[in-house]
Design a protein around this ligand. Structure first.
Ligand SMILES: Nc1ncnc2c1ncn2[C@@H]1O[C@H](COP(=O)(O)OP(=O)(O)OP(=O)(O)O)[C@@H](O)[C@H]1O
Length: 405
């Protein structure tokens, strides 16, 4: 819905009676109190893209609310009232201006917290006292440490720490019993390696004139992918043009550095080169050149839904033959082993990042958007992190094996 008036009209006409979901982006400066008419039924409220900086103290009247998105609003503090919301489990405040997260602002049932792209320097200890916490998105903040209680978060599986101020790996990470997906690039602990790779590859960057951009092949959260032909008559390539300076997993620079450091592998999609920025262009597009994948590939599954949280969503009829499953998993394992051999973590080993050809069973692991270069970390930590990533592979194996016929 795009206006308060539309909300009022629909409430008045009864069209919203019993509504469980509302999305309202209407340049709101204050929480629309009209919504309290739905206090007994609303389960999901999306007020992203408004001008809100606070939420009312009686938000607790939304007794059924489980999901709250308030991204892109000028909050400076995570509203304390959230800590009193009885059923709230998913909270999204991406790209606000949050500096402060107080101990009492975290809902008791918290399962999925998104605080990506804020200005947070410190998180409260109570974050470690949320036993259902499963997914924690903290990329692009100013954190230097984690609350010690997070070390024993029993269900925390996915953690995004990229683009913060960690000078060393926070010790809590290695103790997390269920962690399987970790992004930590773009921190002082990895940055030198990333910059070195980008510098070493700068001379080999392709120029915009080397390529003719053709049709759009697809797009994902972080970029648009085009087919491009090389003007010197070489084979066609794919060009990934990044959408923004940062994603929920990290920055394009970290993604490009990781891809270049990994080099080529038959079951891993990594760049051939970066594209030189066009100094004359009005907007400085970041882009990289990838090998063009053959047709017939499709993602092995869809990304996690709200309900699935950290687990992918497979098509209802998805089935694999025993031989096909073995082939697919062996190829993904070899791609992950290649990355580990190069001192890296993929960070996002998921079926939705595997492009797979159902006819041949061949697979390619893609999306290094959450990958980290671990070269600056002590060898023992590197190994422990790579062991941790094997949990993600085990989840993938279990999902595929559960669909074997
Ligand atoms: N190298 C390639 N060759 C051919 N097609 C590609 C290539 N890379 C991506 N595509 C197409 O573009 C689609 C989108 O790619 P992808 O999901 O990797 O986007 P993204 O923005 O990089 O990813 P994410 O959403 O994980 O950030 C793919 O499903 C595929 O159809």
């Amino acid at each position: 819905m795009q206006s308060l008036q539309a909300l009022q009209e629909q409430l008045h006409s009864g069209a919203l009676r019993g509504a469980r979901q509302i999305k309202l982006a209407a340049d709101l400066r204050e929480f629309p109190r009209e919504l309290f008419a739905l206090a007994d039924t609303l389960e999901m409220l999306d007020l992203s893209g408004n001008q809100l900086s606070s939420l009312p103290d009686d938000l607790t009247r939304f007794s059924q609310l489980r999901v709250l998105f308030v991204s892109n609003n000028p909050f400076t503090e995570l509203p304390r009232v959230l800590g009193r919301m009885p059923r709230l489990e998913m909270v999204g405040f991406k790209a606000c201006q949050i500096r402060t997260v107080t101990a009492d602002s975290l809902p008791p049932q918290l399962r999925w917290l998104i605080l990506t792209d804020n200005q947070i320097t410190e998180l409260p200890d109570t974050l470690g006292e949320r036993p259902r916490l499963q997914k924690l998105m903290l990329a692009c903040n100013q954190l230097q440490s984690l609350p010690s209680g997070l070390a024993h978060s029993p269900r925390l599986e996915l953690l995004r720490l990229a683009g913060n101020r960690f000078a060393a790996l926070p010790p809590e990470v290695l103790a997390m019993p269920a962690l399987a997906w970790l992004a930590m690039a773009g921190n002082p602990m990895t940055l030198h390696s990333e910059q070195q790779v980008l510098q070493a590859n700068a001379a080999a960057a392709w120029r915009g004139d080397d390529l003719q951009r053709q049709e759009l092949l697809g797009h994902g959260a972080s970029g648009h992918i085009y087919r491009a032909s090389a003007v010197d008559g070489g084979p066609d390539v794919a060009l990934k043009v990044f959408k923004a300076g940062q994603t929920s997993d990290g920055t394009p620079q970290s993604e490009m550095a990781a891809g270049l450091a990994a080099g080529q592998h038959p079951h891993l999609l990594t760049p051939l080169a970066v594209l030189q920025a066009d100094v004359h262009a009005s907007s400085q597009e970041l882009a990289m050149v990838l090998p063009l994948l053959p047709p017939g590939l499709q993602p092995l599954a869809g990304p996690p839904s709200l309900a699935r949280c950290t687990r992918d969503v497979y098509a209802d009829g998805a089935r694999f033959s025993a031989a096909g499953a073995q082939r697919l998993l062996a190829q993904v394992r070899s791609a992950v082993a290649h990355l580990h051999g190069h001192g890296m973590l993929h960070g996002d080993v998921y079926a939705h990042n595997i492009l797979w050809n159902p006819a041949t069973g061949d697979a390619v692991l893609s999306d290094l958007g959450a990958a980290s270069m671990l070269g600056e970390l002590p060898a023992a930590q590197r190994l422990q992190l790579q062991q941790m990533e094997l949990r993600a592979l085990q989840h993938l194996e279990a999902e595929v094996q559960a669909r074997m016929h």
